[in-house]
Design a protein around this ligand. Structure first.
Ligand code: FAD
Ligand code: DHB
Length: 392
C-alpha cells in the first residue's frame, strides 16, 4: 500500500489531521490498533476551545456541535464551599467554551471520513515504523495472520502517550520533561441533571471536585482521589457523599443523585517531548505531550498541533516549501508549553497535595481570594481557559 502521509492512531489528533490533509488533496491512510466502537466510546474530554470548534466548522463537521454543544461563557470556582463566578465573555471580549464530549467529536469525524472515503484501518496490531531517518519510511502491521506494509513520504504519530511512534525515536535523540502528580481523578457519568448550569471547579480541604456535564440531563463529575485507589472502592453512594461535601453547600441541595453508568480513574501527569520531529516522523497530540486534565486542554492541544502540521504539509505538497515542516516543533511547542503551564497552575491551585502544610494551604486560599477580587487575575485565567489564539 502507498500513501503520502501515514497516520498512526485514529483518536482526535489522527482524525483531525486526516481530514485536514484530505481537504488539501494529500493522500492519507490511518492505522488504528483498536476498533471504531472503542475509539468512539471512550469517555474523555468534554470542553472544546473556540479554535477546536472553528476547526470542526472549517472541516464541514460542525453542524451537530452547533446544535447540541452547550456554550459556556463563564465558570464557577469554589473555595471550601464559597463560590465565585468568572465571566469569560466579559473578560475576553465575547470568549466562551463549548461543552461537547470527545466521543461525539469522534463520531462526527468518523461519519465524515466515511462520506469522504478517508481510509482508516482498524484493528492494526503490532504496528512498527521503519526507514524514518531516510527518504522512504514505511509502516508495517498485522491484521489477523496477514502482515501488511504501507510505504509513505512521512509518518505522523498520533497514537497517544503509550503509542509506538515516540518509542520509535532512538532514546538518545529524545528530549522529554515530566511531572507526575501524587493523586488521580475519579470520574463518573450519570443520567441526572447537572447541579449548576456551568462547570464548578472546587478546592476543598478534602480535595478537588469538578462538576461538569455532557447535556442538560447528563452529569460528568470528578473527584480527586488517591493515586492507588481502585474504582471498586468507590460505590456510587460514596462518590455522591464525597462530591456533595466538596462541591459546597450552595450547590449540595441541587445535586440529583443517580446511578453511574461509567466510572474510571485517570492518573495525572504533565509531559512534554520536545522531539516532535525525527527524520520523516512527526508527533502530534498526546503522543508528544500530556497535561493534567484540570483546565481541559488535552484534546484542544491535539487539535492545535494538527492545524499547524496540516498547514505545513499543505505548503510542502502544494509549493515544495519545507519551512513549515521544519518550523512545526517550534510553533507547536510555543503553545504547548503555555497550556502545560496553565494546566499545572490550575492543578496546583485547586488540589490537595500530600505534602501540603498549613502555609501551603494559606497560599492556595490567598491566591483564590485574589482571583475572586482581581479583574486582572480573572482575565489571565479566562484568556487561558477559553484558549489562546493559535500563534499567541
Ligand atoms: P488519543 O485520544 O490517546 O488517541 C490515540 C489513538 O492511537 C488511540 O485511538 C489508540 O488506540 C491509538 N494507538 C495507540 N497506540 C497505537 C499503536 N501502537 N498502533 C496503532 N494505534 C495506536 N482534553 C480536553 O481538551 N478537554 C477535556 O475536557 C479533557 N478532559 C479529559 C478528561 C479525562 C478524564 C482524560 C483522561 C482526558 C481528558 N482530556 C481532555 C484529554 C484528551 O482526552 C486527550 O488529550 C486526547 O484524547 C488526545 O488525543 P490524541 O488523538 O492525541 O490521543
Ligand atoms: C471536563 C474535564 C476537564 O478536565 C475539565 O477541566 C472540565 C471538564 C469534562 O470531562 O467534562
Amino acid at each position: 500500500m502507498r500513501a503520502q502521509v501515514g497516520i498512526i492512531g485514529a483518536g482526535p489528533a489522527g482524525m483531525f489531521l486526516a481530514h485536514l490533509l484530505h481537504a488539501a488533496g494529500i493522500k492519507v491512510v490511518v492505522l488504528e490498533q483498536r476498533d471504531r466502537a472503542y475509539v468512539e466510546g471512550r469517555v474523555r474530554a468534554g470542553v472544546l476551545e473556540q479554535t477546536t470548534v472553528q476547526l470542526m466548522h472549517r472541516l464541514g463537521i460542525g453542524a451537530r456541535v452547533a446544535r447540541e454543544g452547550l456554550v459556556h461563557a463563564g465558570t464557577t470556582l469554589c473555595v471550601d464551599g464559597e463560590p465565585f463566578h468568572v465571566d469569560f465573555a466579559d473578560l475576553t471580549d465575547g470568549g466562551a467554551v463549548t461543552v461537547y464530549g470527545q466521543s461525539e467529536v469522534m463520531k462526527d469525524l468518523n461519519l465524515a471520513a466515511d462520506d469522504r472515503g478517508i481510509r482508516i484501518i482498524y484493528g492494526a496490531a503490532n504496528v512498527t515504523l521503519d526507514g524514518l531517518d531516510g527518504d522512504h519510511p514505511a509502516v508495517s502491521w498485522t491484521k489477523g495472520k496477514t502482515m501488511r506494509r504501507l510505504a509513505c513520504d512521512f509518518v505522523v504519530g498520533c497514537d497517544g502517550y503509550h503509542g509506538v511512534s515516540r518509542a520509535s525515536i532512538p532514546a538518545d535523540q529524545l528530549k522529554t520533561f515530566e511531572r507526575v502528580y501524587p493523586f488521580g481523578w475519579l470520574g463518573i457519568l450519570a443520567d441526572v441533571p447537572p447541579c449548576n448550569h456551568e462547570l464548578i471547579y472546587a478546592n476543598h480541604q478534602r480535595g478537588f471536585a469538578l462538576a461538569s456535564m455532557r447535556s442538560p440531563t447528563r452529569s460528568r463529575c470528578y473527584l480527586q482521589c488517591a493515586a492507588d485507589d481502585r474504582v471498586d472502592e468507590w460505590s456510587d453512594e460514596r462518590f455522591w457523599d464525597e462530591f456533595s461535601e466538596r462541591i459546597g453547600a450552595s450547590f449540595t441541595a441541587r445535586i440529583v443523585r443517580g446511578p453511574s453508568f461509567e466510572k474510571s480513574i485517570a492518573p495525572l501527569r504533565s509531559f512534554v517531548c520536545e522531539t516532535m520531529r525525527w527524520g520523516r516522523l512527526f508527533l502530534a497530540g498526546d503522543a508528544a505531550h500530556i497535561v493534567p486534565p484540570t483546565g481541559a486542554k488535552g484534546m484542544n492541544l491535539a487539535a492545535a498541533d494538527v492545524i499547524v502540521l496540516g498547514e505545513a504539509f499543505a505548503a510542502w505538497y502544494g509549493a515544495g516549501d519545507s519551512s513549515g515542516l521544519e518550523d512545526y516543533p517550534r510553533r507547536a511547542l510555543d503553545r504547548i508549553w503555555k497550556a502545560e503551564r496553565f494546566s499545572w497552575w490550575l492543578t496546583n491551585l485547586t488540589h490537595r497535595f500530600p505534602h501540603m502544610d498549613v502555609f501551603d494551604r494559606h497560599m492556595q486560599i490567598a491566591e483564590l481570594s485574589y482571583l475572586k477580587r482581581s479583574r486582572a487575575a480573572q482575565t489571565a485565567f479566562a484568556e487561558n481557559y477559553v484558549g489562546l489564539p493559535l500563534d499567541f
